[in-house]
Design a protein around this ligand. Structure first.
Ligand code: PLP
Length: 372
């Protein structure tokens, strides 16, 4: 029985299971950076980071300095990489907290070098190359000159070359192979010039399972830790759902044929309809795109959302289900009996990806944790 109208539960045991399952895809010696940016994809930065650290993760990856500092303030001592990098004025704080920085700007390199030397340290950096993502990073011809420039900054220790894959989750491997080839060529050229780059990394979750040749020294999975399969053709291990979102039946009613449901009456009952009104809506992170499209689980059975998703309410049809009562538990994400609504499925109904579903639900609802 839920104690509040709706509850978001994060199963840290499932998270640990997924971490160990992904670990088995990596050769011994390959290190694993658990990507816990964006509040651990909505699952909660600190509980997730602590669980993964205890399970054996070698590294944590966050987006921003603030997230990195939060990990340090909570006492986490693992290496942490700031995947977005920093601005020059953040360099001293990053160095002081031993946070590693993804680097692609000369002014930031100089600021990190100065901060490190002032603190009697070396700032550890990962040089970011854009091999086809069209996002952060240096383009191919810029990488070697940048490395030569870094060699003149004694306060820096360049750990490795990093890049991000744009299409590792797609069925066609051509684009990923092209990115991988460019990454390998860059590494070889840098090493031929004497840059060791021992901790280079490229693989996200999809590449971790589908492209072992992209593992290099370190892999950077995010979404699969949280239980998403991402795409059906990927050779994914058995992953467990980590986030569960449940609510309860606030009102049950029987509507005659011809009744409009929710704003705009976009659903009109063709027949007598048993309706359950649920106290969740887009204010809880449920996309309005689920209107007349999504499903929920009641008594372990799938039932459809009828009409538009409101700010704090949705309606589902429970016609044919015996004994549904006010106060009964309803599952919007996760398992009930033998049925499961996965983040991928919820995302497909809403025309988005599980990443966004988890971020939205996690940000909009208080979280409860099941221990690892
Ligand atoms: C730079 C970087 N590396 C790794 C990841 C993890 O990717 P995924 O969640 O697809 O495993 C992300 C996530 O977007 C990222 O931005």
């Amino acid at each position: 029985m839920l104690t509040s109208l709706s509850e978001l539960t994060v199963d840290l045991g499932a998270l640990r299971h997924n971490y160990l399952a992904l670990r088995r895809f990596c050769a011994p010696g390959v290190r694993l950076m658990a990507v816990v940016k964006a509040d651990a994809y909505g699952h909660g930065l600190l509980p997730v980071a602590r669980t993964l650290a205890a399970a054996g993760a070698d590294y944590l990856g966050v987006a921003t300095l603030e997230e990195g500092l939060a990990l340090r303030e909570a006492g986490l001592t693992l290496p942490v990489a700031l995947l977005l990098g920093v601005e020059p004025e953040q360099a001293a704080a990053a160095v002081a907290a031993d946070l590693e920085v993804v680097l692609y700007r000369r002014d930031v390199a100089q600021a990190l070098d100065a901060a490190a030397r002032a603190q009697g340290k070396r700032a550890r950096v990962h040089l970011k190359a854009d091999t086809g993502m069209g996002r952060l990073g240096l383009l191919y011809p810029e990488v070697l000159p940048f490395l030569e420039m870094l060699a003149g900054l004694p306060g820096l220790e360049v750990l490795g070359l990093a890049s991000h894959l744009a299409a590792a989750d797609e069925e066609d491997p051509v684009y990923t192979r092209r990115q991988l080839k460019e990454f390998q060529e860059l590494l070889a050229a840098a090493r031929a010039r004497g840059f060791a780059l021992p901790l280079s990394h490229l693989a996200n979750s999809a590449a971790l399972v589908a492209f072992p040749e992209a593992h290099f020294a370190l892999v950077r999975p995010g979404i699969m830790l949280y239980g998403s399969r991402v795409a059906p053709w990927l050779p994914t291990p058995e992953l467990k759902p980590v986030m569960h979102f449940r609510t309860r039946v606030l009102q049950r009613k029987r509507l005659p044929p011809g009744s409009g449901i929710s704003y705009g009456s976009t659903y009109v009952t063709p027949d007598w309809c048993e309706l359950a009104v649920l106290p969740v809506g887009y204010a809880n992170g449920l996309s309005r795109q689920l209107s007349n499209r999504g499903q929920v689980l009641v008594q372990g059975r799938r039932v459809p959302i009828r009409g538009r998703v409101c700010m704090n309410l949705i309606m589902v049809e429970v016609t044919g289900l015996a004994g549904v009562q006010e106060g009964d538990t309803v599952t919007l994400l996760g398992a009930d009996g033998g049925e499961l609504i996965s983040g991928d499925e919820l995302a497909a109904w809403a025309g988005t990806i599980s990443y966004e579903v988890f971020c939205n639900l996690g940000a909009a609802n208080p979280r409860h944790y099941l221990p690892a």
